[in-house]
Design a protein around this ligand. Structure first.
Ligand code: FMN
Length: 326
């Protein structure tokens, strides 16, 4: 390995890592990235674990799962247990892993980004986002970017790992995992979630962050993770995400107006929406993909623009991966 570490490093670098995961998947991924930083005496890592005052269950009872969509889509933050952060800390880098809930950042992460203490800590700081989700994250990242901008933070990198199974299979395997806790493959479908190899491979990002930090490169507001295959965008899912986001927003308003989370008044609009959503997933998404396949020659430029736009800032190219043993 030819990693460029200076002989006479300066002061200790301080890194804040945010942590929330229901199944442990996102924590395992984050741990791979953070391990090289933790192992280096020139880097101090502080982990802030997010604890919602009213915990989100796993596995999710069916209606509890559905009931989470209005607040997720409208980014209504749930109350968090007090943070360890005080607000006056000065970090060199913030690592912000998150999962996607209903095409938006998960509620605990939204709560963190809207927290006044977090906003003080984030102001002016370079942030690396790390997403692990089924495979629809494009518009969640747009929402997250707007929250980072509101806090005055700088997004310098985005790492995305998505479930490797075929998109239509993951519409079954991921909800099954969330609702029953069962992750293994069944009826010829792949297991839900990321593979161990994907998670292990994320170590390359930690090695590159360490190298960047020890060379003060985080100060340049340029990506530290370019050339490492940090993100691969499937632009064809963008149109389904747009339609889904619109649906979540409109129906979410209706459910929010019906009553607070968990109230029986929410049940009728939620049941209606569940039926509508299932219909959409198994009609609109395949129809949108089929239509795009037909229109491919006319859409190529638009799709390529979407791909480039959403692969920023870290990019899909892999020319530096070999440096980190991948
Ligand atoms: C309520 C809920 C909604 C979800 N919505 C999406 C989604 O819109 N897009 C997506 O790609 N994954 C979605 N997922 C999957 C998660 O992003 C993530 O992969 C899974 O919850 C595992 O994360 P964990 O580390 O918290 O266990 C959803 C999961 C939950 C629990």
């Amino acid at each position: 390995m030819n990693i460029d570490i200076p002989k006479a490093p300066g002061a200790i670098k301080k890194v804040l890592v945010i942590q929330y995961s229901q199944t442990g998947q996102l924590t395992a991924l984050t741990e791979q990235i953070v391990a090289p930083l933790r192992a280096d005496p020139r880097i101090a890592v502080q982990v802030e674990k997010l604890v919602p005052l009213k915990p989100f269950p796993f596995p999710w009872p069916f209606f509890r799962f559905l009931d989470a969509f209005p607040e997720s889509a409208h980014m209504v933050p749930p109350a968090l247990a007090p943070l360890q952060l005080k607000g006056d800390e000065d970090f060199d880098l913030v690592i912000l892993p998150y999962q996607v809930w209903f095409l938006a950042p998960s509620q605990p992460v939204t709560a963190f980004l809207k927290h006044s203490v977090a906003q003080r800590v984030l102001r002016g700081k370079p942030v690396v986002t790390v997403i692990a989700c089924r495979n629809m994250w494009l518009l969640a990242q747009e929402k997250l970017k707007s929250m980072l901008a509101a806090a005055g933070a700088q997004l310098i990198d985005n790492v995305v790992l998505t479930d490797p199974g075929p998109a239509m299979a993951t519409f079954i395997t991921t909800p099954r995992w969330m609702l029953t806790g069962r992750k293994a493959g069944f009826w010829g479908m792949p297991p839900a979630g990321l593979t161990d190899a994907q998670i292990r491979g994320a170590r390359r990002f930690g090695l590159a962050l360490r190298e960047g930090l020890l060379n003060d490169r985080e100060k340049s507001n340029q990506p530290l993770l370019a050339g490492l295959g940090a993100v691969q965008v499937n632009p064809r899912l963008y149109f389904s995400e747009r339609a889904g986001t619109r649906g979540f927003f409109i129906w979410g308003k209706l459910v929010l107006a019906a009553g607070p989370p968990g109230s029986w008044q929410r049940l009728p609009p939620l049941v209606l929406y569940a039926a509508f959503l299932t219909l959409m997933i198994f009609t609109l998404v395949p129809a949108s993909l089929a239509l795009q396949a037909l229109l491919r020659p006319f859409m190529a430029r638009r799709l390529s623009r979407i791909k480039t736009q959403f692969e920023r800032p870290s990019g899909a190219s892999t020319e530096r991966s070999h440096i980190y043993g991948v």
